[in-house]
Design a protein around this ligand. Structure first.
Ligand code: PAF
Length: 266
């Protein structure tokens, strides 16, 4: 496994491996967990070369504190990457990734304003911009993204179509703890007692109740709720526990049938 910090070093490697077979990319902000591991496994199985990128992207954090608190565990991440047979780990600096001093960005005008986008203004512009930059450098044939960030996944697919990028975007199912809670880097910011309390979050989502009923239940349990809403035949929710914000979504078909009284998106 080779770890690369500089754009120039990566670009010369990229030239060398051009004819070596398909490249699978897993983009992350580090603090790797089972969810990321499932993406790495798939990337390795389906490609000759697998690449992991680790970059905490300042442009997608609308809240400075959230950026400061984002867990940084590079040593552990490299161990997990090596265990999963990753060939290259790309860990660029902000200075190199934003050498343009944030003058250029990708803006999407519809999907990025609902759900997460409504509560985190500018977030998806930041995500799409870094994804395009990393795609342009890595030039993968396939890129793997988790359905845990379903809205992000749809936006990335849309960008790939809009800009005729020849990259297959491979969606990967959310990996959950036994309690139903999805793996998330933000879980590491929580106390054990908070994690325990969060089990009710997943149970509510899978309860088969309407979005309104779920929102009421979550409020009654003491969570701060940003939204519970349906979109594209899925149920989405975002809540806060203390200062930590968590999101989840499930396919509506994966819950019990009692879903009259649907909650509109806004
Ligand atoms: O899902 C994430 O971890 C990030 O949004 C991504 C895709 C790595 C872009 O910074």
């Amino acid at each position: 496994m080779r770890t690369i910090h500089s754009v120039q070093e990566w670009q010369s490697i990229r030239k060398e491996i051009t004819n070596k077979g398909p490249i699978g990319l897993v983009m992350t902000m580090g603090n790797l967990h089972e969810g990321h591991a499932s993406l790495l496994k798939k990337a390795r199985a389906e490609n000759l070369i697998s690449i992991l990128s680790i970059f905490i992207n300042p442009a997608q954090f609308n809240d400075k504190k959230d950026l400061e608190n984002y867990p940084k565990t590079i040593e552990q991440d490299l161990v997990l990457a090596a265990e999963h047979g990753v060939d290259y780990v790309f860990i660029p600096s902000s200075e190199e990734m934003y050498a343009d001093n944030y003058r250029y960005k990708i803006t999407e005008h519809e999907v990025s304003h609902i759900l997460e986008g409504k509560h985190r203004p500018g977030h998806f512009d930041g995500v799409l911009t870094i994804v395009l930059k990393v795609f342009s450098l890595i030039k993968p044939q396939r890129a793997y993204f988790g359905e845990k960030d379903y809205q992000q996944l749809q936006l990335i697919k849309g960008m790939v179509d809009a800009f005729f990028l020849e990259i297959d975007i491979i969606p990967c199912p959310t990996i959950r703890l036994d309690s139903g809670l999805p793996f998330s880097s933000r879980n590491n910011l929580l106390e054990i007692s908070e994690l325990k309390k969060l089990e009710a979050f997943s149970q509510c989502l899978f309860s088969g109740k309407s979005a309104n009923a779920i929102e009421e239940k979550l409020l009654s349990l003491g969570f701060k709720v940003d939204y519970v809403a349906e979109w594209q035949n899925r149920l989405f929710a975002a809540i806060k526990v203390g200062n930590v914000r968590l999101i989840d979504n499930i396919a509506i078909s994966s819950r019990a049938p009692d879903n009259d009284n649907k909650k509109p998106l806004n």
